[in-house]
Design a protein. Structure first.
Length: 193
C-alpha cells in the first residue's frame, strides 16, 4: 500500500520512487491508517509518505525510540566476557532509552510541543558532551572505590549496573531541563504567550 496525493504527478521527486500500479495506490484521503503506522521494512511506503507531507513530531517519536533502544541494545554487550549483570544493564539501558525519550517528548510539550526531534538531537548532543567530563571523573572515583574494597572493575556487577543507570538518568534529566527551559522561553516570546 502506498500513499499518493493528487500533487504527485507534479512532484519531480515522485518519479524517483518506484511507480506502483493504480491498484497499489492509495490516495491521501485513504492514508490516515497508513500514516499512523510505523514502517519497519517498507522503505518505499515511507518515502511515498514523506513525499505527501513530513512526519509530525508524534509520528517521528516511535522511530526515535526504536533507534535509541536498538543503539542501547547494540552498545550494551561487552566485548570480553559476559555475565548476568551485562544483560540486566542492557535491559535497563533499553528501558531508560524508551522511557527517557517519552519523558523528553513531554518536556517539550507532549502532543502540543513543536520541533521535538530537532530539539532532542541538538540539545541532547550538547548536553551529553557537557556531561562527559563529570561522568569520567565519577567513573574514575567509582573504579577506585570498587577496587579499594576488593572487587574487580573488569566485570559487571550490581554496582556497575546501578552506576550506569544513574549516569543515563542524569543525562536525560539534563536534556529535559534544557528542553523545558527552551519551551518556557519560546512561550514568553510568542505573541499568545
Amino acid at each position: 500500500m502506498e500513499c499518493r496525493s493528487e500533487m504527485d504527478s507534479h512532484n519531480p521527486y515522485a518519479a524517483s520512487i518506484s511507480t506502483p500500479t493504480d491498484s497499489q495506490l492509495v490516495y491521501a484521503s485513504d492514508c490516515d491508517e497508513v500514516r499512523r503506522r510505523m514502517q519497519f521494512w517498507n522503505i518505499e511506503a515511507l518515502k511515498s509518505r514523506l513525499l505527501v507531507r513530513p512526519l509530525s513530531d508524534r509520528e517521528s517519536l516511535p522511530y526515535l525510540v526504536a533507534f535509541l533502544v536498538s543503539s542501547a541494545f547494540a552498545c550494551a554487550f561487552p566485548t570480553i566476557g559476559y555475565n548476568l549483570w551485562d544483560g540486566v544493564s542492557a535491559f535497563l539501558s533499553m528501558i531508560t532509552a524508551s522511557a527517557g525519550t517519552v519523558y523528553l517528548f513531554f518536556c517539550n510539550g507532549g502532543l502540543n510541543g513543536v520541533h521535538f526531534l530537532q530539539r532532542f538531537l541538538a540539545i541532547g548532543w550538547i548536553a551529553t558532551l557537557r556531561c562527559i567530563p563529570s561522568v569520567l571523573v565519577a567513573t574514575f572515583v567509582y573504579i577506585y572505590l570498587i577496587e579499594t574494597y576488593g572487587q574487580s572493575a573488569d566485570e559487571s556487577t550490581f554496582q556497575s549496573c546501578m552506576f550506569s543507570l544513574i549516569v543515563e538518568l542524569l543525562i536525560i534529566w539534563r536534556i529535559g531541563y534544557h528542553i523545558r527551559s527552551l519551551v518556557s522561553a519560546s512561550r514568553k516570546l510568542s505573541p499568545s504567550g
